[in-house]
Design a protein around this ligand. Structure first.
Ligand SMILES: Nc1ncnc2c1ncn2[C@@H]1O[C@H](COP(=O)(O)OP(=O)(O)OP(=O)(O)O)[C@@H](O)[C@H]1O
Length: 465
């Protein structure tokens, strides 16, 4: 069991996070501010500190350097991401941009938690979603195996090719376009590229373009001068500048409005950023990785994505296959997750029954690795015995004999059949006219990013206001 200090002033969020961490076997001590945390506790007595950046009084970044060897993981909104990036440069272990999924947080903490662990050489796996290497983080075990790279698990032939390509493109400075359905691991791959690149010591800044309101995205990315955008009481650097020397990931790049696409193209052509309202541009040294689940070629054809930008983005390209096209990887990932979670929780490893393995391999996993992770986590929490069967995973037995053909086109775009998705659809359709996206996400217990993704996947676009 690890001892985690959680510093968050929003009681609802703090309670939710505490429950999550306790469910994962951690001992959680809470504080509403840096001052309370320092007054009430010995900051050096924790295995890890998880703190919001924006707090009443001192910011969460003030904890960096005060917690002995414990890694400090920061939670940040777009408004404070620059402060978080700076804090990582000063020794914070990592940061997570809000909104984030519970699975993302758990994976990140697993990666950074030290404590009573086996020696690195005995570790079963490398944590997924691993981020900026931290001075205080435990060393990541070497990844010499062909079926694993920087936290990415996958022994199928197609994933081995992806790994080979990642190794090849990482040292390059060229822009990389990562394509793949939601949850296939695009951000994870981008982090792997960053960690294998000469920029690994500097910031990795992921930006989820679809989660930033359309009216703010230009200022968030490129910064602004005082008074240039509503509410700009002082000049601010954008996320491009925050990533100086490091790597900027533009996730869901296809969602950028045309005006921002044009500005991004200019940035790629000149290597210079001009803040909104500024007359002078400044040179910024950033490697850009763009990711999308959309068909950019079709978007270029119908005029919704600039062709010049598309060609600038896809200097290098990597396509991540959906999980249903690599059933062996689904089982490999599930077993790797079981081992890693058990290790993080100090529990004996759980195993899958033969039926569960067959069902995992045969399931379509429309939400890909993220959906598989959620199913495995849920099963682990509910498991009483040392084996996990079909029921705990919420899967049906595969047809007998199991179909050898990949379950190629049984998902995207089709009406959802399972009851959770049915509930999601009903809830969103019933409430979307009176609730904001943030409220809907909160009531459903998911992040805004997850809400947006599910809307995309299930074909429930946001109503125009
Ligand atoms: N190859 C992998 N091995 C192990 N875990 C992985 C792998 N790829 C992704 N994951 C895990 O799966 C989850 C989803 O990955 P990620 O966020 O990178 O996907 P994505 O394609 O960027 O999703 P989205 O399109 O929804 O933003 C994360 O928790 C990540 O840690």
């Amino acid at each position: 069991m690890s001892r985690i200090l959680l510093v968050e002033d929003e009681v609802v969020i703090r309670t939710e996070l505490r429950r999550l961490l306790v469910r994962h076997g951690h001992d959680v001590i809470e504080a509403g501010s840096v001052e309370d945390a320092s007054a009430d506790h010995d900051l050096r007595a924790f295995d890890l500190v998880l703190a919001d950046v924006r707090l009443p009084g001192a910011p969460g970044t003030a904890l960096v350097g005060q917690c002995g060897g414990a890694p400090v993981v920061l939670m940040t909104s777009y408004a404070t991401v620059k402060a978080a990036v700076d804090a990582v440069k000063r020794g914070a272990a990592d940061y997570l941009s809000k909104p984030f999924d519970h699975a993302e947080l758990v994976a990140l903490l697993d990666h950074h938690l030290p404590g009573a662990r086996p020696a690195p050489s005995a570790l079963p796996d490398v944590a997924p979603g691993a981020s900026v290497p931290a001075p205080s983080a435990p060393p990541v075990p070497p990844t010499s195996e062909d079926d694993e790279l920087e936290g990415m698990v996958g022994g199928s032939a197609v994933m081995r090719e992806v790994f080979a390509r990642v190794r090849k493109v990482a040292p390059s400075e060229a822009t990389l376009l990562v394509l793949g359905e939601s949850g296939t691991g695009k951000e994870t791959l981008a982090r792997a590229v960053h960690r294998l690149s000469p920029r690994r010591q500097l910031a990795f800044v992921p930006v989820h373009c679809a989660a930033i309101p359309e009216g703010q995205i230009e200022g968030e990315l490129f910064g602004y001068e005082r008074g240039a955008v509503p509410g700009a009481i002082s000049a601010r650097a954008g996320l491009c500048e925050a990533a100086e020397g490091g790597t900027l990931l533009l996730d869901e790049v296809a969602e950028l409005p045309p005006k921002v696409q044009a500005r991004l193209l200019r940035f790629l052509q000149t290597g210079e950023v001009r803040r909104v309202g500024a007359t002078r541009a400044r040179r910024v040294d950033v490697r850009l990785i763009a990711a999308t689940r959309r068909d950019l070629v079709a978007m270029v054809r119908d005029g919704s994505f600039m062709s010049d930008l598309y060609f600038r983005l896809r200097v290098l390209e990597i396509r991540l296959p959906p999980l249903r096209e690599r059933p062996g990887d689904a089982v490999r990932l599930a077993e790797s997750l079981l081992r890693r979670r058990a290790w993080a929780m100090g529990r004996a490893p759980l195993t899958l029954t033969p039926e569960a393995r067959a069902a995992i391999a045969a399931a379509p996993w429309p939400g890909n690795i993220r959906e598989l992770e959620n199913a495995v986590h849920r099963a682990m929490v509910l498991a009483d015995a040392s084996e996990i069967g079909l029921e705990l995973l919420g899967l049906d037995a595969p047809p007998q004999p199991p179909s050898p053909a990949p379950l190629a086109d049984a998902h995207e775009g089709e009406p959802p059949s399972d009851s959770l998705e049915g509930y999601f659809r009903r809830f969103v359709l019933e409430h979307q006219h009176e609730l904001t996206e943030t409220e809907i996400a909160r009531r459903l217990g998911i992040s805004r990013k997850a809400l947006w993704e599910r809307r995309q996947r299930l074909g429930i676009p946001r109503p125009r206001s």
